[in-house]
Design a protein around this ligand. Structure first.
Ligand SMILES: [Zn+2]
Length: 424
């Protein structure tokens, strides 16, 4: 058998390819990439005319809620949602129940993903035991079990000495650390961005500085330890500026942002809309523009989703009580394409932010489509128009602020290890 993808515009930014190409897949690998006609005999053919052929998208930041909160999402539904969004690999954050701070949980995730998953699942291990910030997790064992990175996401490691030691250990195992940057003392009790909207609604705000103080600290610690730090979900103007300056000074830092931070501002929370409640919170206009400039000039290396499912009952509480987080796997492509239409970034840049750049951060061999590479591929129609109906999503949860939005750009096929796992 085998599969041929014919006549699509192949954009592979890592290999600097942007050309109509035919792709032959044999088994789980790319067997041939050619601008000339290829042998179709005995092969399944996908006509990709009008479509973009991209390396499969890689999401550095997803909450699969499994083990422990499968009513929100599980490995099966979460990876099905990922496939529908064009992702072929997702990193799952360790704030499960129990926390992924030991090899038993890591093995459970990997085994279930192998059995039921639609896409590759790359577990992120906790930095500290229980993500409590008190005692380092067994980092070597986590790596051995298959963790690709470390994070206490949802929680900062507030103790600077603990963070320093974590970075030193992580360096010895060549793992990147992905801090959740939030000074918990400064953000305490806050439920949204501190600004005009929070004042008008009478809600306690979280200042941008809660994020920026910790980014600044972790830049200093990255410099001290020469260990790789990848900043999760950057939302603020000051955060982007600090990271830009750190990179210019040669400090080994990278960063990601999420579609909501370049698509929305804190005005989306007006009316106490809990589907716009996330952490870090949606910020002001100047922050949103700074995030875009960070994407444009390469300060921000990756677009991740921070897909964070919650049940309707949880999100239908009062704004103060509702949990932080929104889902995002199935809307990333159209929201990112909007940046291209606005002229913020090129299509090639957008694909880079979703493919080889996240792969480079993890130091994994994914995110490009040369002969011999694993056949993880996303085909999308950049012009298709559709309206988001949250009831139709593959995720178990519905907590998106984009319900009813007109979207441009739709995933047509997601191929994982040579097999079509999603088509629309
Ligand atoms: Zn986080």
């Amino acid at each position: 058998m085998g599969l041929v993808i014919q006549g699509g515009r192949l954009i592979d930014p890592k290999n600097k390819i942007d050309q109509v190409m035919n792709l032959v897949i044999e088994g789980d690998r790319v067997a041939q990439v050619s601008s000339k006609p290829v042998d179709l005999k005995g092969r399944e053919v996908i006509d990709a005319k009008g479509m973009i052929i991209s390396p499969g998208f890689i999401d550095l930041h997803v909450h699969l809620r499994d083990p422990g909160q499968e009513y929100k999402e599980d490995i099966r539904s979460g990876t099905e949602s990922a496939a529908a969004g064009g992702f072929t690999s997702v990193c799952c954050m360790p704030n499960t129940r129990p926390v992924n701070d030991n090899e038993t949980v890591t093995q459970y995730i990997l085994e279930k993903a192998k059995r039921e998953g639609f896409v590759h699942v790359l577990p992120v291990g906790a930095i500290t035991k229980g993500s409590q910030g008190q005692e380092l997790a067994e980092i070597g064992k986590l790596k051995e079990a298959g963790c690709v990175a470390l994070s206490d996401d949802g929680w900062p490691v507030m103790n600077s000495e603990m963070m320093r030691r974590a970075l030193e250990y992580a360096k010895s195992f060549d793992l990147v650390v992905m801090p959740h940057c939030e000074d918990k003392h400064l953000s305490e009790g806050g439920v949204m961005n501190e600004g005009r909207s929070s004042t008008e609604m009478g809600l306690r705000g979280i200042p941008c500085q809660a994020e920026e103080i910790m980014i600044a600290r972790d830049i200093l610690l990255a410099d001290l330890t020469k260990s790789r730090v990848h900043f999760a979900h950057i939302s603020s103007e000051g955060g982007v500026r600090l990271i830009r300056e750190a990179k210019a000074r040669g400090i080994p830092v990278t960063a990601e942002t999420c579609p909501h931070y370049f698509s929305l501002t804190d005005e989306a929370t007006i009316g106490y809309n809990t589907n716009a409640k996330m952490n870090p919170p949606l910020r002001g206009l100047k922050d949103r523009e700074a995030v875009k400039s960070g994407l444009r000039d390469g300060t921000i290396d990756a677009i991740s989703t921070d897909h964070a499912p919650h049940s309707p009952e949880e999100k239908e509480q009062e704004f103060d009580k509702a949990p932080f987080g929104i889902i995002g796997l199935e809307t990333v492509l159209p929201l990112s394409l909007a940046l291209e239409r606005e002229g913020v970034i090129s299509l090639q840049q957008m694909i880079g932010l979703l493919t080889y750049q996240p792969a480079n951060i993890l130091k994994i061999k994914k995110g490009s489509l040369e002969e011999g590479a694993f056949a993880d591929i996303t085909l999308f129609d950049p012009l298709a128009e559709w309206v988001l109906d949250s009831g139709q999503l593959k995720s178990k949860s519905r907590n998106t602020p984009f319900n009813g939005w007109k979207m441009n750009g739709q995933v047509r096929y997601t191929i994982v290890s040579g097999k079509v796992v999603y088509r629309s």
